[in-house]
Design a protein around this ligand. Structure first.
Ligand SMILES: Nc1ncnc2c1ncn2[C@@H]1O[C@H](COP(=O)(O)OP(=O)(O)OP(=O)(O)O)[C@@H](O)[C@H]1O
Ligand SMILES: [Mg+2]
Length: 307
């Protein structure tokens, strides 16, 4: 896979704070990388380093073949960045902001006008085109910030907390749109605390803690490494006693008017399909839910082992 981003042993301190500590990360074309970690772990600093806005004290950063220290302008021309605060000019209208940034990135006026109209429509801001952004609500600013990040058709898109402050419809629309752009090979680097969203959105994850990379991999790789037994909750009708393979531990939960419920513990994730098949043959299943899986439980497992 062609690497669009390579960071090798990159460190950056602010005074006595080591914000980024010997970080090595690479990102292939078409990936959606989830950059995860608690507050102050170095995510935003990494995005700023990758865009050549600040320079590393140590290590090498190459983005699309360019050196982040020498070729920052070229990197920024080909990258879209949604920063934590959206970085818009409050005294300009939404349309003026988009046209201003398009010009800054060297987009021809006709093309910029068309893209601006398309993006305003895409993010349901057409009726706000002539409104000054200083009077926008938090979510509206964020939506316009994303439009701004896309105005010059970038090859890499950095999203720092893209959906915080967005209403559920806008968050869902944004994720769908970024996925659509990604299937056209846009590469995405996303910093987020929204693990439920990241789980379905990102193709791979890197976990940071106090500026250091503590883990990385795809969801499947991380599950393989960290997950022991899997707990399922089922709602069913029928005699469960004869339905389950011997190795499955189960505990009846309170039944409700419609179904009985039980909690099952299965030794490994690999056994789950066989268990569900065996159950489905003997009882009527109304719900099967895995209760201890997903990125959130991995996040805490990874953080526990880092301590
Ligand atoms: N310009 C700066 N001057 C001094 N310290 C800074 C500066 N920028 C970042 N830091 C420090 O570097 C560390 C990492 O900050 P950073 O903003 O990268 O964290 P983050 O992972 O993005 O956190 P959050 O989830 O809160 O956005 C913090 O301790 C922060 O205070
Ligand atoms: Mg941040």
């Amino acid at each position: 896979m062609e690497n669009l981003i390579t960071m090798e042993q990159v460190s950056k301190s602010f005074g006595s704070v080591r914000a980024v500590d010997q970080v090595s990360v690479s990102l292939g074309k078409g990936e959606i990388l989830g950059f995860l970690g608690p507050n102050a772990s170095g995510k935003t600093t990494t995005v700023r380093l990758l865009n050549g806005v600040i320079f590393p004290d140590d290590g090498v950063i190459r983005v699309m073949g360019y050196d982040s220290v020498k070729d920052g302008n070229e990197i920024r021309r080909r990258s879209g960045v949604l920063t934590e605060t959206a970085s818009l000019y409050d005294h300009m209208t939404a349309g003026e902001n988009l046209m201003f940034f398009a010009k800054l990135y060297g987009v021809a006026t006709d093309t910029a006008k068309k893209r601006s109209d398309d993006l305003l429509e895409r993010f349901h801001l057409s009726d706000r085109q002539k409104q000054k952004t200083g009077t926008f609500s938090t979510g509206l600013k964020k939506r316009l910030g994303i439009a701004k990040a896309l105005i010059h058709n970038p090859e890499i898109l950095y999203l720092d907390e893209p959906t915080s402050g967005l209403d559920p419809e806008s968050a869902r629309d944004l994720i769908r749109y970024i996925k659509e752009l990604n299937s056209g090979r846009l590469t995405v680097f996303v910093c987020t605390h929204n693990l439920a969203e990241a789980e379905h959105f990102c193709t791979r994850f890197v976990f940071l803690d106090k500026g250091r990379v503590i883990e990385g991999g795809t969801l499947a790789e991380l599950e393989e490494k960290y997950e022991g037994s899997v707990t399922l909750r089922i709602d069913y009708r029928g005699d469960i006693g004869t339905a389950l393979p011997h190795e499955v531990a189960w505990k009846p939960l309170s039944g409700n008017a419609a179904y009985d419920s039980a909690r099952l513990t299965v030794a490994t994730k690999k056994q789950v399909p066989a268990v569900i098949r065996a159950l489905a043959e003997k009882v009527d299943l109304y719900r099967v839910e895995q209760t201890n899986s997903g990125l959130e439980s991995l996040y805490f497992a990874i953080r526990r082992q880092a301590k």
